[in-house]
Design a protein around this ligand. Structure first.
Ligand SMILES: [Zn+2]
Ligand SMILES: [Zn+2]
Length: 232
């Protein structure tokens, strides 16, 4: 199961960030600045149970998903003397991230390894799923199907639609979905989401929350749960 260092949307103080471990690899799904600080405080070694290699799997380039990656790279390089692997969902997003890390943030080239999902060849990375989120980032927003502790998980990233993910939802799959209490153009309304996955025998975890109370009210009786926050 995924655990979360934060499950808030862009305008909340704790942004969405899930993680899991596979051997000594600690995989972060995006890395907002709030998650970097939480991770620094907790200690990546503690999450991985010893020696750790950190990988960040990126969904898209909004700041509440990528804002902490360069700082993580600096920290790991200068303080911990480790290299961070960053996996981009596509070549185009990899180019954008390279500009961010190299040109804008000035990360040391030896401090990170930027590869695409195709190049990554990780057994836990089953599928890259293109979705629609922000019109300005059309074609550059993705979710993933993952294998976490032997269980399949579909992770939407930020999304305005659930349809791209429906073909991947089996009864053996947990769905971690973006949702909103409101009707924003770029996110999924909670009631609409519940309606569209109704009748499917899946575990549904709600993430990227804007108004947690309203979302909980709307989800009452549906069986959906809030994404689990890591407790140290
Ligand atoms: Zn977001
Ligand atoms: Zn976004």
């Amino acid at each position: 199961m995924l655990q979360f260092l934060g499950r808030g949307s862009a305008f909340r103080s704790e942004h969405n960030c899930a993680f899991f471990t596979c051997g000594n690899e600690l995989v972060l799904l995006d890395c907002p600045m709030s998650a970097f600080h939480k991770l620094r405080h907790i200690g990546a070694e503690k999450l991985a149970g010893g020696d750790v290699n950190i990988t960040v799997l990126v969904t898209h380039t909004h700041g509440d998903h990528t804002g902490g990656i360069a700082t993580l790279i600096h920290y790991e390089y200068y303080i911990k003397h480790r290299t961070v692997t960053v996996i981009a969902p596509s070549e185009e997003v990899a180019e954008d991230l390279d500009t961010l890390f190299t040109r804008i943030e000035g990360c040391a080239p030896e401090g990170f390894r930027l590869i695409t999902a195709t190049q990554a060849a990780r057994e836990w990375l089953l599928d890259v799923i293109p979705t629609h989120h922000s019109p300005e980032l059309e074609g550059r927003c993705f979710g993933y199907r993952l294998l976490v502790d032997g269980e399949k998980a579909v992770y939407t990233g930020d999304t305005a639609v659930i349809e791209p993910f429906l073909p991947y939802l089996g009864s053996d799959t947990a769905l971690y979905s973006d949702c909103s209490a409101y009707n924003p153009v770029v996110h999924l309304n909670i009631t609409e989401l519940l309606e569209k996955v109704k009748g499917r025998d899946i575990k549904l975890y709600l993430m990227h929350l804007d108004d947690t109370k309203k979302i909980l009210d709307a989800a009452q009786g549906s069986g959906a749960l809030l994404a689990p926050l890591y407790e140290s």
